[in-house]
Write a protein that binds this ligand. Structure first.
Ligand code: 0X9
Ligand code: ZN
Length: 445
């Protein structure tokens, strides 16, 4: 405990720059050493990386107005309707779904005769289902640690790696992008086929940061391997581990998880944030999105209202060479392909075959299940639907570990650092498979 207090005081006194300059020591670990350090940190938890700020000390889940509920639903149409009523669906079983809803959304459930099977305050559910508290999760990268690692990768590989920001968030954080390309640096255009790997559209999905970030570590560490060398020489690879850093930092800002999903932009009636994966201009705010600013699935006041989704939009539109993309999320162990916003298949049958083939290829390597996004539920404003419709990019949502299902269902956003090693290793293989198909995705069929 004394060690904990000392660490907190010490960390609170660090400036951003001091932190960044401390980062390279840990950042110089190899991929294997890094995963080993993460696993041992899991067994012997180090002090949490949190700031002690009096303004955040009072903010606890205890007075959070949201509930964890389970409701009857057995079809994708019923699940879509529930998203529209503001429920963020986290676990699905044959006849019910469970997830998070704001208490102000509940009257609509009565009006629409939705059968609520069980409900408890989010704080109570969180304390009963957390496998880990932030103390044990220090192995996960927070925003500064992610930046430190990306910076170290750039410094160690100046000939092929460059770091730049695609824009700033509402709270002014840079959305960092590591580019791996043997000939073009920073924002210089390239005609090589491009691949993009994104994490943390959703704040509380911290494992989705680790996968693209550690994939970058792996790629650069294996830069002399013949296959990797070929991708570095012939492709334009972008890694954006934290699209929503405001939300991700908010989620860990008190030392206890906030179960935060959205961005942190001020909204009507004292609410904060929009659901970034409902904010893209793909049938914006229709199926599977809520227009209540307090809801977890709030689509925002307009398409691209959020600086984070605008940054991704502008990044994609400026790069017609992009061919493939993965947006990592948690959790459910799924490889999802468009459409997400409509139940129909995408109209281009060749593209559909490409999507299915690539999704199944990645499913084989991870043990996850490949399916059309909207077979889970329809959700409009989805980043991958937008990237495919706007730019023809073969864009996949990967829901990482753990598997979901049922009330609680064994799934959680906070599975602890113990899952990082296997999840990263499996997904390195799937990401490599996507790179293998990036030069000409249509050749996959
Ligand atoms: O609902 C989402 O945005 C994603 N699931 S999550 O639990 N990470 O929030 C799924 C996106 C898949 N897309 C659609 N079904 N449209
Ligand atoms: Zn998500």
């Amino acid at each position: 405990m004394i060690r904990l207090l000392l660490s907190l005081t010490f960390l609170a006194s660090l400036s951003v720059n001091a932190f960044a300059s401390e980062a390279p020591e840990r950042s110089s670990l190899s991929f294997d050493q890094l995963l080993k350090s993460i696993s041992s940190a899991y067994e012997a938890p180090p002090a949490p990386v949190v700031e002690e700020r009096s303004s955040t000390a009072a903010r606890t889940l205890e007075n959070d107005p949201r509930l964890w509920i389970s409701v009857a639903a057995s079809t994708k149409e019923e699940r879509t309707r529930l998203l529209e009523m503001g429920l963020s669906i986290e676990a699905i079983s044959a006849n019910s779904v469970s997830g998070i809803v704001h208490r102000d959304s509940l009257p609509a459930f009565q009006t629409k005769s939705v059968s609520v099977l069980a409900s408890i305050p989010l704080a109570q559910f969180a304390s009963s289902s957390l496998k880990d508290f932030p103390t044990q999760d220090a192995a996960y990268h927070n925003y500064q640690e992610m930046y430190g690692r990306l910076k170290a990768l750039e410094s160690a590989n100046p000939d092929i790696a460059s770091l730049f920001s695609i824009g700033r968030t509402t709270e002014g954080r840079e959305i960092w992008t590591l580019r791996i390309n043997s000939s073009a640096k920073g924002t210089k255009p390239s005609s090589k086929p491009g691949a993009v790997f994104q994490g943390a559209h959703h704040a509380r999905e911290h494992l989705s940061v680790e996968v693209p970030l550690l994939f970058a570590v792996w790629l650069l560490e294996n830069r002399d391997n013949a296959e990797v060398r070929k991708y570095i020489d012939t492709l334009d690879i972008y890694i954006q581990p934290m699209i929503n850093p405001d939300g991700a930092e908010f989620d860990i800002s008190t030392g206890k998880y906030q179960w935060w999903r959205k961005t942190r932009s001020p909204q009507a009636s004292g609410n904060f944030g929009a659901d970034l994966n409902r904010n893209y201009d793909s049938w914006w705010c229709q199926a599977g999105a809520s227009n209540s600013p307090w809801a977890d699935t709030y689509c925002g006041p307009s398409a691209f209202s959020e600086p984070e989704s605008r940054a991704v939009r502008d990044f994609v539109k400026a790069r017609p060479n992009l061919k493939t993309m993965i947006s990592y999320h948690t959790y459910a162990e799924l490889i999802l392909y468009p459409w997400g916003g409509k139940y129909e298949d995408i109209p281009n049958q060749d593209d559909l075959r490409v999507f299915r083939t690539l999704a199944e290829g990645m499913a084989r390597l991870t043990g996850y299940t490949a399916q059309k996004s909207s077979d889970l539920y329809a959700a409009t404003g989805d980043s991958c639907d937008w990237a495919y419709a706007e730019a023809g990019i073969f864009a996949f949502t990967i829901e990482l570990s753990p598997a979901g299902g049922g009330w609680g269902g064994g799934g959680t956003f906070y599975p602890g650092a113990g899952v990082i090693d296997k999840t990263v290793r499996d997904n390195v293989q799937a990401a490599l498979y996507l790179l293998r198909n990036t030069s000409d995705p249509r050749r996959a069929i």
